[in-house]
Every structure is written in C-alpha cells, then in structure tokens.
Design a protein around this ligand. Structure first.
Ligand code: PLP
Length: 387
C-alpha cells in the first residue's frame, strides 16, 4: 500500500487567484509582428504532443527541414528550426561562427543591425560597423570599401530592416565575401516567405528568420541555416561554442541522423511551423512574393490618397513592412491606440532614430490580403479625421 504523504505545512491561498477562461481579443495584427496566422496553422497546433524522439516527430522534423530548404531556396544540410524566437536564431548564427578576436563587420542601418553588434560583441568578436541613415540601404561600393578596410571574417547584414522598412539589396555581396574569404551572414526575419530571397544563389552562408512574420505561425520556432563554408568554420573552432543551447555541433546530432537528445523540442510549435511552411509550398514561393508586393502597392496607393508619405524610396521599400511618416501636429501614439481600441487593429510606432516619426505597418504572410489593406485604410482615415 502506498503511503499518502500528508504535509504538516499550511497551504497558502495567496496566489490562488480567481481567473476566467482565456478570451483574447480578435486583433488584426498589422504591426511589425507577430502577424495573424492561418486557421489551419492554429488547428494543426492543437494536435496532441508526442515525444521529441517519437518516430512520427522525427519524420515531421525531416519535413520541416525540407520545407525550410524550399522556402529559403537552399540545399544546405544544416537547416533547422531553433527552439526560440528570431533572436535565438540570430544569436545562434553568431555564437557558432564568431571566435574571440574575429573581425565581424556589421552593416547598421536600423535597430536590428545594432542588436547584431551587441550579440557579436558578447561572443568576443572584434566588431566593426558601418552605418547608414535609418531609411536607406548600403550600396555595393560602400560594402566593398568596408570589407577592404576591415578584412572581416564575418559580414553581417539585415536583408529586411523591420525598424525602417528598408530592403538591403544583396546582389554582388557574396562575390566580394568569397574574394576576401569572409562569411556572409544575413538577417532574413522580415523577408523570408514574403520577399524574394535565394540563399544559395546569393551565396549567403548563415541566415536566420522567425516563425511569426512572413511565415505566418505563432512565435517560437525559428529557421536557421548554415552553408558548408560556415560549417567548416564551426568545425575548425579551437574552443567549443560558448552557448550550449545554441551549439550546432550538438543540435545537428538531434536534427541529423544520430537523433541524440539535446533539449526537448517545442513539439506543437513545430507542428505549427510545418503547417505554415506547407501553406507556402502550396501557394508557391513566387506567387507568394507577388501577393506581398501587390498588397503592399495597394496600401501605398491608399496612403498616398490620404496624403500620407512613405519614409523609404520605392526601389528599396519592403512589401512586408511599410514605414509611414506621421504628419506634423499629429500624435502618432494616440492614433495607433485609437486604431487598437476602436477597431482592433494593431500598427506600431517607430524605434530608435525613427521614434515618434513614423508608423510601421506590416502586411506579412496570411495578413497580406486586400481586405486587410482596405480595412486599415478606412479606419485610419476615420481616426485621422479626429486628430
Ligand atoms: C523581429 C526581428 C528580429 C527578432 O526576432 P524575435 O522573434 O522578436 O526574437 C530580428 N531581426 C529582425 C529584422 C526582426 O524584424
């Protein structure tokens, strides 16, 4: 007979608060992310969790890898979903290839470039940066000059700067990196699944993304890939990766053939990611990129009709995220609060240099639809008339 343990300690009811069942408002998330997700993704996530070494889950991981390869247009063997948000995958790129004293050159033209600088510094990199006004992109000449000056081991660029709405052109950058024997690391968080992007053709060695922006899944499982050139640098490290959780030499034993336990994968997040990636494959990458472009253009036309000005010139403007200048005399925060409170629509304000100067409007993944554009424009017109 099992003994029933009776504690002599009194039970405190202090934190036993009365709560009601969760009932979140139906927001339309047109900010910089997270974005709304397709109902099929949410439905898939409610499948019962299985074990992280269950054969059905291992098969699912293989499918996730293949679907990531398609979405990124890469054949990289080392392609996985990092457990965590985009910042975890971002940190994984630097943690694995940056060794103390390595020169890391970062192109900073917005908030996320600064985050790369911060992280690379923590891993002991000798970090150099080139900067650009928030709202502009680097030219190939500027990148070439910086590479020749600093001779970096790693060049890090943000393809889609969510803080400014700028698309950094990447054509020609890989040739420079190969010529000067430098790895090309690219943040594709706000481009993957929404903006033309070819990891292999563009010679990108390390890339990361997140699940909650262009891919259209809740946040928590983040795409990560490394080219054979980047894997060679990882394999030649003199000391192990200082971050245990993100060490790809350990993680690939779980994602690869060995199937060795490393940490418990977020099972249901991977269900969701798989479904979101399936939706991308069903639609077709090119069609999806075109859809994002078309709906962004519809938004830009509507904003112009409201006499609102986009902050970024059209050739380098992202279809996934638009920065709109807040007109003189208008309280930007009051407008976005009213959109949220009266219409359940979320848009965001500016960060850093653009704080108080712009609104940020996202049309990402499932949310990139004409009816969302028209709803936002109608609500914005009504709210602006009152300000
Ligand atoms: C959102 C974002 C990140 C960080 O991703 P989280 O999921 O918020 O951790 C990194 N880079 C860019 C460009 C982003 O937009």
């Amino acid at each position: 007979m099992a003994m029933i343990m009776t504690s002599t300690l009194p039970i405190s009811d202090r934190y036993r608060v009365k709560t009601s069942q969760l009932d979140m408002p139906p927001r339309l998330l047109l900010g910089p992310g997270p974005a709304n997700v397709h109902p099929r993704v949410l439905a898939t996530m409610s499948n019962p969790p299985v074990g992280h070494l269950d054969p059905t889950f291992l098969a699912l991981m293989d499918e996730v890898r293949d679907l990531l390869r398609y979405t990124w247009q890469t054949a990289n063997e080392l392609t996985v979903a990092v457990s965590g948000t985009g910042s975890a995958a971002m940190e994984a790129t630097l943690a694995n290839v940056v060794e103390p004293e390595d020169v890391v050159l970062v192109g900073v033209k917005g908030y996320f470039g600064d985050r790369l600088v911060n992280m690379a510094t923590r891993y002991g990199g000798d970090v150099r940066k080139i900067t650009k006004t928030w709202g502009e992109a680097f030219t190939l000449e500027e990148i070439q000059q910086a590479i020749e000056t600093h001779r970096p081991k790693v060049l890090a660029l943000v393809h889609a700067e969510t803080s400014t709405g700028v698309r950094q052109p990447l054509e020609g950058v890989a040739e420079l990196c190969q010529k000067y024997d430098c790895l090309l690391l690219v943040d594709t968080v706000t481009s993957m699944g929404g903006v033309p992007l070819y990891i292999d053709q563009w010679g990108i060695d390390l890339a990361y993304s997140c699940s909650q922006k262009g891919i259209g899944c809740p946040p928590g499982a983040s795409p990560f890939t490394m080219s054979p050139r980047a894997v060679a640098k990882l394999n030649s490290r003199s000391k192990p990766v200082t971050n245990w959780y993100l060490d790809m030499s350990l993680l690939t034993k779980y994602w690869g053939q060995d199937r060795v336990y490393h940490h418990t994968a977020p099972i249901n997040m991977n269900y969701g990611l798989r479904e979101a990636l399936r939706l991308i494959a069903e639609e077709g990458l090119e069609q999806r990129w075109q859809r994002h472009q078309k709906n962004a253009e519809l938004l830009w036309e509507g904003l112009a009709d409201l006499k609102l000005e986009c902050h970024v010139s059209q050739e380098i403007r992202l279809p996934t995220l638009t920065t709109v200048r807040i007109p003189e005399g208008v309280n930007g925060k009051a407008v976005s609060s009213q959109l949220l409170n009266d219409y359940n629509i979320e848009i965001a304000g500016g960060l850093g240099e653009l704080g108080g100067k712009v609104w940020r409007i996202g049309l990402m993944g499932y949310n990139s639809r004409p009816e969302n554009v028209l709803l936002l424009l109608t609500a914005l017109e009504k709210v602006l008339a009152q300000h």
